[in-house]
Design a protein around this ligand. Structure first.
Ligand code: GLN
Length: 480
C-alpha cells in the first residue's frame, strides 16, 4: 500500500540558501530536521547504516557562523549522505559487506573532500548492495533497504539507501556510485534525480572499486540544479587518480538555460518491447510528446546490439571485480576467519565467510572469464563487443543530441520477487548499462508514477563530457 508520503520540505539547495540568507532557517535547524526524519523513518527504511548526528550538529553551528561572516562555501546548507563505498577519514566503511567489518577509512575520497571543502554537511553513511553489486539493495550485510513509497518494495540498487534517504527527506542529496545503473535505477524507483557523469569526469580516489573501467561517483538529488552544482564541485583532475580527465570543468550550475532546438533519439525497444511495463511505455511516450510540443525533433532508432549490453557488462565487470576484490584476503582488512589453520585456509575461510552470495557468484564468474582457457572466448570477446557498442553509440550522437529511454523496464518490484533468479534481476539494468559500457554521461529524471503511485524514471544520455547540455535539457524537462 502506498503510505502517506512525507510532505517535502526543501527540494533544492537554491531554496535553502535563499532562506539561509534571510535568516528564516539555519544549518542547525536543517540538520535537526533531517535528524528527526532519520529518527522517525530509518528503523523501517534502513537507508542509513551510520548517522553522524553529533558531528553534523557541530558542523552546522560552524557553517552558520561562516554564513554570518560571509565566508561560507557554495554548498552551505546542503545536508548530504554518502554511500557506504566512499571513504571518509576516521569513519566506518564496509561497502555493505561483512568482510569489511570494523574497517575505518584512512583517508577521504576526493569527491567527498571537495564537497566538504564547500561546506556540505555529511549526516551519515548509506546502505547499499554489497560492493555495489545489485539492483534492489537486497544484497547488503546490513539488511534490505525499503522504498519509502511502499515499504514492501525495493528501492532499487545498488545505491538504494542513498535514493531512499533523499526520497524520504532524510537528507537533501546523496553521493552514490554507478557502475551499471546504481545511481539512476534507484533514483527512478524512488522518484528522484540520479546522474552518472562521463567516465573519468570525477576522481575515483577513495571509491571502493567494483568495475574500475565502469565506476562513476554520481549525485542523487531532488532536482537537476542540485545535481549540477554537486557535479561542478566534484569533477576535475586529481593528483590521486591518474585516470581522471583534466578537461576543464564547466560551470554546470550556471549553464542551465537551454534555448536550442534539439534532435532527440529514442530507443525503439523502450517503447515497444514486451518486457517494458505498459504504464512505463505510456509515461515515456507522453514525455516524448511533451518534448515534441516544446519544439524539439523526436525520432525512433533501433540499436541491434542491445542484446549484447548485459552479457558485455557482466563479463567485463565480473572480471574486473574478481581482480579488485582479491585484496580482501582476511590479512589486511576487516573480517578474518577464526577457523583458519594455515595461510590458504585463512584466505579461503575469510573470503567464504565474509562475502555474500552475489559477490561470491561474481568473483567466480569473473575468475572463470579470466582463466587461461577461456580468456579469449569471454574476456577478449567482450572487450571487442564493448568497442563495437561504443562505435555504434558514437554514431547515434552524430544523428542526435540526446538519446532517451525509460530508465528501467518496470517500476519498483516487491522485496524477494527477483532474488530467486539472478538473470531476471540483471534485466533491471537493461537500459542503464549502455552508458557505463561506453562511458557517456546519463541522467534519470522523474517521469510521473504508475497507477499504484510507484515512480517512473526517464533516462537521457549525452555525449562524453557534454554534461552541461545534458543537465540543461534535463532541467528544461522539469519545467514542461
Ligand atoms: N545493478 C548493476 C549490477 O548489479 C549495477 C550496479 C552498479 O551500478 N553498481 O551490477
Amino acid at each position: 500500500m502506498v503510505k502517506n508520503y512525507p510532505p517535502k520540505t526543501y527540494t533544492s539547495l537554491t531554496e535553502i540558501q535563499a532562506d539561509l540568507r534571510t535568516g528564516s532557517t539555519t544549518c542547525a535547524q536543517l540538520v535537526a530536521h533531517y535528524l528527526r526524519n532519520i529518527e522517525a523513518q530509518n528503523a523501517t527504511l534502513n537507508a542509513f547504516v551510520a548517522v553522524y548526528a553529533e558531528q553534523a550538529r557541530a558542523r552546522a553551528v560552524e557553517i552558520d557562523a561562516k554564513i554570518a561572516s560571509g565566508t561560507a562555501g557554495r554548498l552551505a546548507g546542503m545536508v548530504l549522505g554518502i554511500k557506504d563505498v566512499l571513504c571518509y577519514k576516521d569513519h566506518g566503511l564496509q561497502a555493505g559487506s561483512k568482510i569489511l567489518d570494523g574497517f575505518t577509512s584512512q583517508f577521504t575520497a576526493t569527491a567527498v573532500q571537495r564537497v566538504l571543502d564547500e561546506d556540505a554537511i555529511i549526516i551519515g553513511r548509506q546502505n547499499c548492495d554489497e560492493f555495489a553489486m545489485g539492483s534492489s539493495n537486497e544484497n547488503s550485510a546490513f539488511g534490505v533497504v525499503r522504498n519509502a513509497i511502499d515499504p514492501a518494495r525495493v528501492p532499487g540498487g545498488s545505491s538504494g539507501g542513498s535514493a531512499v534517504a533523499v526520497q524520504a527527506d532524510m537528507c537533501l542529496a546523496s553521493l552514490g556510485s554507478d557502475t551499471g545503473g546504481s545511481v539512476r535505477q534507484p533514483a527512478a524507483f524512488c522518484g528522484v534525480v540520479g546522474l552518472k557523469p562521463t567516465y573519468a569526469r570525477v576522481s575515483r580516489w577513495g571509491l571502493v572499486a567494483y568495475g574500475s573501467s565502469f565506476d562513476c561517483i554520481g549525485p542523487i538529488t531532488k532536482c537537476v540544479a542540485d545535481a549540477a552544482i554537486l557535479l561542478e564541485i566534484m569533477a576535475g583532475s586529481d593528483d590521486f587518480d591518474s585516470t581522471v580527465s583534466d578537461q576543464p570543468v564547466p560551470a554546470y550550475s550556471q549553464n542551465l538555460p537551454l534555448n536550442k532546438k534539439l534532435r532527440i533519439g529514442y530507443l525503439r525497444e523502450g517503447l515497444e518491447s514486451e518486457g517494458v511495463d505498459a504504464q512505463i511505455k505510456r509515461a515515456t511516450s507522453q514525455k516524448l510528446d511533451q518534448i515534441r510540443a516544446a519544439g524539439h525533433q523526436v525520432e525512433a532508432f533501433d540499436f541491434p546490439l542491445i542484446k549484447y549490453f548485459l552479457p558485455t557488462y557482466y563479463v567485463l565487470t565480473t572480471a574486473e571485480a574478481s581482480s579488485n576484490l582479491s585484496r580482501f584476503d582476511g590479512v589486511r582488512y576487516g573480517h578474518r576467519s577464526a577457523g583458519a589453520t594455515d595461510l590458504v585456509s585463512l584466505y579461503k575461510k575469510s573470503r567464504s565467510e565474509g562475502f555474500g552470495d552475489e559477490v561470491r557468484r561474481r568473483i567466480m564468474l569473473g575468475t572463470f572469464v579470466l582463466s587461461a582457457n577461456y580468456y579469449d572466448a569471454y574476456y577478449t570477446k567482450a572487450q571487442k563487443v564493448r568497442r563495437l557498442i561504443a562505435q555504434e553509440t558514437q554514431k547515434l550522437f552524430e544523428r542526435f543530441d540526446f538519446v532517451v529511454s525509460p530508465t528501467t523496464p518496470t517500476t519498483a518490484f516487491l522485496l524477494g520477487q527477483q532474488t530467486p533468479d539472478p538473470l531476471q534481476m540483471y534485466l533491471a539494468d537493461i537500459f542503464t548499462v549502455q552508458a557505463n559500457v561506453v562511458g557517456n554521461p546519463c541522467i534519470s529524471v522523474p517521469n510521473g508514477a504508475d497507477e499504484n503511485g510507484l515512480p517512473i524514471g526517464f533516462q537521457i544520455m549525452g555525449s562524453p563530457f557534454e554534461e552541461a547540455n545534458l543537465l540543461a535539457f534535463a532541467e528544461s524537462l522539469e519545467k514542461i
